[in-house]
Each structure stands twice: as structure tokens, then as C-alpha cells.
Design a protein around this ligand. Structure first.
Ligand SMILES: Cc1cc2nc3c(=O)[nH]c(=O)nc-3n(C[C@H](O)[C@H](O)[C@H](O)COP(=O)(O)O)c2cc1C
Length: 248
């Protein structure tokens, strides 16, 4: 498959047809949650219950245990320090390598390509006016894009009516610049990019829990509306994933 076709595959298409045609919508039984063990296989080995005692840093066990997708947030704001931590956890640069060829960050990325940009829809962060921003990971800065006090409504609409997205303190929106990865991996890049962005969001889940906050991954959004909101061309840069974050 060509790079162009693969780029399309990475986008969100919730036009309705997916849910109408799925086997779930047709009432077919759900598939088993786990692959059966073959007949005649030896008896399964019981593992001990997960034990926080084996973890040298026990808070990590708590983060895993209590992590869940959180869709209700308080009115509390984030401090700039808390936002800084969330950005560092998701895309923070630890070093630039090879004369600017690649970066090593707090998340892994195939070939260290890190083909994403992080946009923020800010509703409630101390010292920041509500509006759209973009993270500049190389210098750990934000660039201000546009003021908006309409963000809650716009974000709810662009996320297929998921109102909690707009009600969060800040929405992390990850766009992809596919050429940054295609430059190295051609049409193999796209599979890697979808895996990469999962790592980013997982770090956001754990970092948010560590702050007494919560997040929820969002894959069901209106592709054109989100790209338009961020003024992305939808070809060389487009939204791939987002996550609202708020205090809980
Ligand atoms: C790729 C992906 C897309 C998701 N999209 C949405 C979404 O659009 N809306 C939503 O409310 N939850 C979304 N979720 C959250 C899942 O519904 C949630 O992870 C799942 O129900 C399991 O719950 P837990 O995260 O609390 O364990 C998404 C999760 C993933 C990983």
C-alpha cells in the first residue's frame, strides 16, 4: 500500500457506517475475551496475585491499579507546573542526537522519529489564557495559537458530542506529521506511528493519575472538524488522537 493510502488509514472515520455494519450492531454474539487453551494442554500454572511488595517504587503499582478512563472532572485548574509535568511525561525531550537527526524522549518511538505535535486546548490552567497552544518540546515551551472562550462547545462538537472533552481543564491533541517517519520508513511508517501514539497516551494516563487527575483516550472524533480547528491541512499533518485531562 502507498504512503498516501496508509495516511488515510490512520484517520478517524466515525461517519456512522462503522457502527451500522459491525457484527455487534447485527446482534451477533461477542467473541471470547481470551484465546482458548488447546485440548490436551498441560494444566495452567497459577500465578501469585500481583504483589506491590515486588515493586521497588510502590507508587507505580498504585498508578497501574487505579488508572482508568476518567470522564468527569472538577472545576479545579492545573498549575503551570502540573501542565509542564504532563507535557514532559508525554513528549519531553531528554536529548537531541546526531546533529539534530533525532530526539530521545520520555516515550519510545520507532527509529526515534517522534512524528507528532502536541496541541493543547486550554480551558483552566493558571497563568494561561483559554485557547489553543502548541508544545515546543525541544525547548520545553508553549507557543500560543489562538484565544478562544468557545473551546468547550467546539471541542464537544468536534468529538461527536462527547461533552466531557470540552469540560476538562486541558485537552491534549496529538497530530501526526507523517513525513517525519516516512522519511525513514516509507509505507512501514504508519503502523509504527499508531503504536507510538499509544505510548504517549499511556504516559498521559499514568502521569495524570500521579497528579490526582484523570484522562480518557479519544479515538472517536470528527477528523475534518478537528483538523480545521487546528488549521491542519489533513494531508501532511492531521489529528490522530486526543485526551482531555482534568482534576478528579
Ligand atoms: C484507541 C482508543 C480510543 C478510545 N476512544 C474513546 C472515545 O472516543 N471516547 C471514550 O469515551 N473513550 C474512549 N476510549 C477509552 C476506552 O473506552 C476505555 O479505555 C475502555 O472502556 C476501558 O476502560 P479503562 O480505560 O477505564 O480501563 C478509547 C480508548 C482507546 C485506547
Amino acid at each position: 500500500m502507498s504512503e498516501e493510502k496508509n495516511r488515510e488509514f490512520m484517520k478517524s472515520d466515525f461517519s456512522g457506517s462503522v457502527h451500522q455494519r459491525s457484527d455487534q450492531a447485527k446482534g451477533l454474539p461477542f467473541p471470547p475475551l481470551q484465546k482458548e487453551i488447546p485440548e490436551g494442554a498441560s494444566k495452567p500454572i497459577n500465578l501469585p496475585d500481583p504483589d506491590p511488595g515486588v515493586v521497588v517504587k510502590p507508587e507505580f503499582y498504585q498508578l497501574l491499579k487505579y488508572r482508568e478512563s476518567r470522564r468527569q472532572y472538577t472545576e479545579e485548574s492545573f498549575s503551570l507546573a502540573e501542565l509542564s509535568f504532563l507535557l514532559y511525561a508525554t513528549q519531553g525531550v531528554k536529548e537531541v542526537v546526531g546533529d539534530g537527526y533525532a530526539t530521545h524522549r520520555t516515550v519510545p518511538s520507532a527509529g526515534a522519529r517522534h512524528p507528532f505535535e502536541t496541541y493543547l486546548g486550554v480551558n483552566r490552567v493558571d497563568d494561561l489564557n483559554p485557547g489553543l497552544y502548541r508544545y515546543l518540546p525541544l525547548d520545553h515551551q508553549l507557543t500560543f495559537l489562538e484565544a478562544s472562550d468557545q473551546l468547550p462547545g467546539l471541542l464537544a462538537e468536534a468529538n461527536l458530542g462527547q461533552r466531557f472533552v470540552g469540560q476538562s481543564a486541558v485537552v491534549f491533541i496529538w497530530s501526526c506529521i507523517p513525513y517525519r517517519a516516512e522519511w525513514r520508513y516509507l509505507n512501514h511508517a504508519h503502523k509504527h506511528m499508531l503504536i507510538d501514539v499509544g505510548h504517549i497516551c499511556q504516559n498521559l494516563y499514568l502521569a495524570a493519575e500521579a497528579l490526582g487527575a484523570g484522562t480518557c483516550a479519544i479515538g472517536a472524533y470528527d477528523q475534518a472538524a478537528m483538523d480545521t480547528l487546528l488549521e491542519l491541512d489533513g494531508k501532511d499533518e492531521y489529528v490522530v488522537y486526543l485526551a482531555p485531562v482534568g482534576k478528579i
